[in-house]
Design a protein around this ligand. Sequence first.
Ligand code: AKG
Length: 245
Amino acid sequence: MISVQQWNFFQEHGYLIVENVLSVQRLAALREALEKRYDLEGEKAGTEGSTPPGVRRLCNLIGKGRVFEELAIEPIALEMARLVIGEDMRWQAMNFHDPMPGDPRPIQAIHADRSFFKNCTAYLNVVWALDDMTEENGATRLVPGSHKKPWPRDILDDLKEAVAGEIYATCTAGTGIFCHGDIWHGARANLSKSPRRVIHMGYSCTNTAPQYEIAGSLTQDIRERLGEHCALIPDPLSSFDLEKP
Ligand SMILES: O=C(O)CCC(=O)C(=O)O
């Protein structure tokens, strides 16, 4: 349950870090499922979305295993998404992001997620830390309070350098980092020798197209298990106008 203090913090700063959400067992199951899936997908891994150099990526994870399905309906994430977006909200994406240890290339430009999605009026990105996140291994950078400013894409050009006021979301494995759709943030390179794996999960308003075909990827069995959570499934991609305005 999100406390009033946590909600006020999120509104003021544009992010909230909640530690100890995922148990040790759950973390182990998620890591194992991701490794198996990564091997299974081989060269196709991440291709439904983006495949940045030096990053092991998997996309559209919701229908790719029970552990992912369960993470997509994690109560604290749904509670937070409903506070940010409203009752009528949808899944927008679920991606695995693993910058390879020692590879300096995977520094993401600072960005605000909502700026990428046409007609999107409300967005929440939940970054689930599957390993401890440290300054050295590339804890996500965040610019507190920037969700109240214009979007980086309007004013910055592919900015990979440090931004004034940025902090690193250092935390323990099992933490949920809740990011307002307008907060300036970015993934960083992992300059340590061990993995720094996250899953990021996007929730959006109903106007927002999913990042790839989610509805068509969910089988009848999955839908039966999801029950009332099927209300979170976005409309098929084909029903959205994806042309630029
Ligand atoms: O891997 C991370 O640090 C999070 C990246 C992220 O939130 C994003 O790509 O929007």
